[in-house]
Each structure stands twice: as structure tokens, then as C-alpha cells.
Design a protein around this ligand. Sequence first.
Ligand code: NAD
Ligand code: IPM
Ligand code: MN
Length: 369
Amino acid sequence: MALLKIGVIPGDGVGPEVTEVGLKVLEKVAAGAGIKYETTPFDLGGERFLKTGEVLPAADQDRLRGCDVILLGAVGHPGVPPGVLEKGILLKLRFDFHQYVNLRPIRLFPGAPCPVAGKGPDQIDMVVVRENNEDLYVGAGGFTYKGTPEEVAIQTSMNTRAGVERCIRYAFESARKRGGGGAFAGLSQADRAKGFARQVTLVAKTNVLTFAHDLWRRAFDEVAAEYPDVKPSYMHVDACCMRMVTNPEWFDVIVTTNMFGDIITDLGAVLQGGMGLAASGNLNPDKTAPSMFEPVHGSAPDIAGKGIANPLAAVLSVAMMLDHIGAQAAGDRVRNAVARILAAGAPRTPDLGGEAGTGEVGRAVLEAL
Ligand code: NAD
Ligand code: IPM
Ligand code: MN
């Protein structure tokens, strides 16, 4: 295997704390799998911005573009106005590198705490394909009469047929690969008969967003017709929030817009045990630029610097990176190591009800490996 170039953006708050653990896990698993790699650290985030005024200098972005993949901790700093770092670093990289799929698995590992009574690993195993380059996130809009009583603010959701279709297609391909949905075992006979497994659910709001989501619905129906072996279904986003809690086993693959995908995956994180366990990949499926892997959570300023952040979301994001580079067996080894720790019940960081620190959980992952 050629030398893999990994750009690392530890970022802000707990970002560096959890990234450090992710890199140690990578080091261990790569050695066993014969994966040769080099890492290039990038000093991007709130501290640099406050010192130099720089957010994402072109030279840094060029060097990131030269990497095969990127690992990111989190960005967002209490001393920096909201949006400067989030839009200037995270969204800019997602957009400029055409990472048009944000893949967010929602899988409850045995032993991980799930707050929904009566639901367990057999019921919670889905994946969200979040559109990652369009919608309200494009920054189209502006103010008129800013700061006056007549002020108007407009922020437009952009949805292109091509951008929507490629995500929907990715979702159907994913459903085919998953081959029936991990939660199939947890379905009742009645639900199986309804065909809930091996399906793609479009989550949108066609009853209100009658332009944007009409486009989504038409694209969805047309792509669905090409996949007769996958059941297409539709749910409004509000009902989806309810069903993710009451009937998570109904979901296999969800495809949705950027904004809705952001919101429902924090709900999904809780289903799988909390923000400390939710991993994601910002994928450029065409491989024309690097894909980027990161926990779903942010910089968690409320616990930053205390050494108690749960590193497992970052570790599971490393596993997704390994899948992406074609090293699924190595990715599985990492997931199995995480599964063993969760099944054992300890060590756990406080978010999972334990008293362990970030480093202790990290060491346990290395031992389990
Ligand atoms: P957050 O995800 O940082 O935190 C939400 C809650 O979850 C907090 O109580 C936090 O302590 C907890 N939490 C998060 N990660 C955890 C972990 N690894 N272990 C244990 N507990 C964890 O969301 P927020 O508070 O809304 O945002 C904080 C900052 O992060 C903001 O500046 C926001 O813009 C930014 N943010 C960045 C990203 C990213 O870089 N991908 C994602 C979300 C938010
Ligand atoms: C996420 C985050 C980002 C998003 C923010 C920080 C821009 O919440 O990755 O889920 O909204 O996509
Ligand atoms: Mn989010």
C-alpha cells in the first residue's frame, strides 16, 4: 500500500484531546494492518484566529488538498463570534473539497446506554446520509436595514437537482450494501411484513417546502425506480424525530437535507449512547479531493481542558476513515475494540456514567486492540 497522507486538524476545545486518542489508535491498528502513513498537523481554530486573525489561509488549504484524508477534532471557540470558525474552516472544507455526503451511522453498541426504554442494539442500527454541500448552509442571503426596527434577514436554502440526486443515489447504494438493515433482527413480524428493512427513507418537509422538497421528492422517486430491491419510503422530518425515538427499528438508511441531517443526527447520537459515541465522515465519493472524518460533536467548551471528554466518537471516526481507504478489516478491529470496552462496562467517561478520563479510555481501546 502506498504511503497514506493524513492531514490532522485537532481544532478547539475537546478536539485536540479526543484527536490525540484517535491517532494513537490509528498508530496501533495501522501497524497490525501494514498501513503506512504520515500525519501533517494543521494549527487551525480559535487560538490561531485570536492570535493572528487567520481562519483558513490558502496555503494551509492547499496543503490539506494534497492529503489523502483529513482527521478533524472540532472547531468552535467561546471567544470567537459564532460562524467564523464553523463556516470558515469546517463548512469551507466540506464545500471546497466536494464532500457532498455526510455519512452518520447510528448504531447502539451492546452495553452503551440508550435512554429509550425497551430499545436496544437490535432496534438501533441505521445510517443517515446527510446532504453536505447545499441547503441553508450555502450562506446565500443577507440583511437589509440591519440594526433598525425594519430589519430584514433572508437566508436561502439552495437545492440543486444534481446535488440532491447524487446523495440519494449514494443512499440507495448504501442500502444495497447493508443488505437489509442491521436492525432487521429487531423488527417484529408485523414490521418485517411492512418491509421496513432494506429501505431508504427520504426525510424532508414536502408539505411546507413545496419547491425545494418537491425537487427532492421527484429526484428520490426517479432514483428509487432504479433500485427495485430497495424499498423507498418517505417521512416528514417532524414525524421522523418522533419515530426515531418510538420506532428506531423502522429505519435502515435515511437520506435528508443538510439542515435536517444536522438536527436529527444529534438525536441519533443520543439513541446510540450520546455525543461521545457518534462518528461521521464527510465523503467525497468521487475522490477528487480528500474526505474528512470527525466526531459529530463539537468542541464542548463546558468540559474542555478537564481530560474527561469521551474519545470514542473520534476513535470510531478513525474506523470510518479506515473503511474509506479500503481497510475495512482494520476499521472492524477498531469497532470491535470499542464494542468490547462498552460491553465490559468500564472504563467510561462521565458522559457514559463513569469516572474515567479521556486517556484511560484511550488506553483501554489500545489494550482491547
Ligand atoms: P457540543 O457537541 O460541543 O456539546 C454538546 C454537549 O455534548 C455538551 O454538554 C458537551 O459537553 C457534550 N459533549 C460533546 N462532545 C463530548 C464528548 N466527546 N464527551 C463527552 N461529552 C461531550 O455542541 P455545542 O455545545 O452546541 O457547541 C460547542 C461548539 O462546538 C460551538 O462553537 C459549535 O459551533 C461547535 N461545533 C463544532 C462541530 C464540529 O467541529 N464538527 C460540531 C458541533 C458543534
Ligand atoms: C456538525 C456541526 C456543524 C454543522 C457546525 C459546527 C457548522 O453542528 O458537524 O454537525 O452544522 O454541520
Ligand atoms: Mn451538528
